[in-house]
Design a protein around this ligand. Structure first.
Ligand SMILES: Nc1ncnc2c1ncn2[C@@H]1O[C@H](COP(=O)(O)OP(=O)(O)OP(=O)(O)O)[C@@H](O)[C@H]1O
Ligand SMILES: [Mg+2]
Length: 243
């Protein structure tokens, strides 16, 4: 396994901060031929621990771009991104990968399950990478929470979209990350299934006292979140959620 060496900075205890997410002056620039375009133009975003937040904005506003910076998949051209008190820019690429794996959970629009692994193997995937001795029982407990214990040995392609997303939620929470990121988690589901998925994602995150930031186009969700982060013209404006 390539990534077994400890990463001191990524494993350091979180700094004394109430913020699970702290973006300051973040600039992200894309090149298009000879031209460049700033998608994020000095964006600030602060999210307290334990919050459920929605990131909204029109298509192309830069929501996925911002999530990629938070997850450390991509780096900003200027500004800083801190997750749980750890400034991602201070980490090496390898440390960032480990940090992401241990401290962040992801739910995607199209589930992104590994097709060659069973449902249970998908859920315990990150735990196995980290050599967690209790990966089996933890995966089983999570599958019970998302009411899919009876499908543990099935492969993802046998499951409906909503079921696959429930597996993805179990996977995202398996390593107990401080922050869960979801990019349009209901975007591929019908309205009723989407609502159930959101209920589940929100409830399981809140029960654990963890934080959730989700990208959504669904304005009805804004009623149930603690904070709304509206992205427009490259900056973020925070509004109160309806909760
Ligand atoms: N790798 C890239 N190279 C060049 N431009 C990019 C790249 N990734 C994204 N962009 C551009 O940056 C802008 C923001 O894209 P992004 O995917 O973050 O938008 P979004 O808010 O998530 O939109 P949607 O709601 O449609 O998912 C878009 O104009 C997009 O074309
Ligand atoms: Mg997007």
């Amino acid at each position: 396994m390539p990534d077994v060496a400890p990463a001191p900075a990524a494993d350091a205890p979180p700094a004394a901060t109430d913020l699970v997410l702290d973006l300051r002056g973040v600039v992200k620039r894309y090149r298009e031929g000879d031209a460049t375009r700033d998608v994020l133009k000095g964006a600030d975003l602060a999210m307290e621990r334990g919050l459920v937040g929605a990131l909204v904005g029109r298509s192309g506003a830069g929501k996925s771009t911002l999530l990629n910076l938070v997850s450390g998949i991509d780096a900003p051209d200027a500004g800083t991104v801190a997750v749980d008190g750890v400034s991602l820019g201070d980490l090496s690429e390898r440390e960032r990968t480990l940090f992401r794996r241990r401290h962040v959970g992801f739910v995607f629009q199209f589930y992104n399950l590994v097709p060659t692994l069973t449902v249970a193997e998908n859920v315990r995937f990150l735990l196995d990478l980290d050599g967690a001795p209790d990966a089996g029982p933890r995966a089983r407990a999570l599958l019970e929470e998302v009411e899919l214990a009876d499908r543990a040995d099935a492969f993802p392609d046998r499951l409906s979209g909503g079921e696959q997303q429930r597996v993805a939620i179990a996977r995202a929470l398996a390593h107990d990350p401080g922050l869960v990121l979801a990019d349009e988690p209901t975007g591929d589901l019908d309205a009723r299934t989407g609502a159930l998925i959101l209920d589940l994602l929100e409830r399981l995150t809140r029960e654990r006292g963890r934080s959730l930031l989700m990208v959504t186009h669904d304005e009805s969700i804004l009623q149930r979140v603690d904070a709304v982060y509206r992205l427009a013209d490259g900056t973020v404006v925070r509004e109160a959620g309806g909760r």
